[in-house]
Design a protein around this ligand. Sequence first.
Ligand SMILES: NC(=O)c1ccc[n+]([C@@H]2O[C@H](COP(=O)([O-])OP(=O)(O)OC[C@H]3O[C@@H](n4cnc5c(N)ncnc54)[C@H](OP(=O)(O)O)[C@@H]3O)[C@@H](O)[C@H]2O)c1
Length: 265
Amino acid sequence: MSQKHIAIIGAGNLGISIAEGIVDGGLKKSSEVFLTRRHIESISYLKNKGYQTITSNLEAVKQSRIVMLCVQPKQLPKVLEEINPVLTEDHVLVSVITGVMLAEIEKQITVKATVIRAMPNTAIAIGESMTCITSNGNEAEVKEIQALFDALGKTLVIDEKLMQAATVLGASGIAFFMRFLRAATQGGVQMGFHSEEAQLIAVQTAKGAASLILENGNHPEVEIDKVTTPQGCTIEGLNEMEHQGLSSAIIKGLMASYERISNIK
Ligand SMILES: NC(=O)c1ccc[n+]([C@@H]2O[C@H](COP(=O)([O-])OP(=O)(O)OC[C@H]3O[C@@H](n4cnc5c(N)ncnc54)[C@H](OP(=O)(O)O)[C@@H]3O)[C@@H](O)[C@H]2O)c1
């Protein structure tokens, strides 16, 4: 087993994003990353970039200490059954699979390998993920995996009981903020901009707002106070949005999503 190699089991949307983030971020060479899936022809372009694309999960796990499980939840039992014969206590299994508890994975493997859950989002492809991480102990391995995801955005180690909430806020959150950006763009078009111009203004403004908070750690309301002149246009717009239920709609949407994820099984 190689310390250098990493296996991505299930090279779909997220698996590929993680692989590209790791390689583009300079953490691994593409030749040190095994990518597996059954329909391997669909990732031949990654083979051309030097990745080791193979159909054998067994071979990938044999050659790599860190194994990222990136398949859909229903595909996991078959994958674990397949790789069990070559798993050792030195392996570190990292599952990004939504809703599958650490205990469920630990129950299905036949050795005492370290199991870690990570919940990134699709911005991992550009090194801007928010990744929440949890595990049952194994601090050194958690630090190692956290360092990997740190290079792909920001990370937070959390209790497993908060993993569903992290999925809603951080992973589904990408879709929620996208819908806000689409609405802001539509408003910009109605005020007279072409859609590309409106989108650029909305998106860069959203990035600026988020960056302000990330940089100075202020509460959002402190930054809002700086923009809202008494009797001005900003407070007029903001209050109208609240009369229409903006904050309430967002919180209710998050809670509906949370209830859904909590009841899936
Ligand atoms: N998308 C997100 O924002 C996000 C965020 C956090 C977590 N997640 C979780 O990440 C996981 C993957 O999501 P995704 O969107 O990347 O799904 P996806 O595109 O469907 O990727 C899953 C991949 O697994 C491969 N696969 C299936 N069975 C396999 C097997 N036996 N051996 C090897 N590969 C196999 C599939 O390819 P073949 O059919 O060719 O085998 C497919 O490409 C899910 O569990 C999801 O809950 C997603």
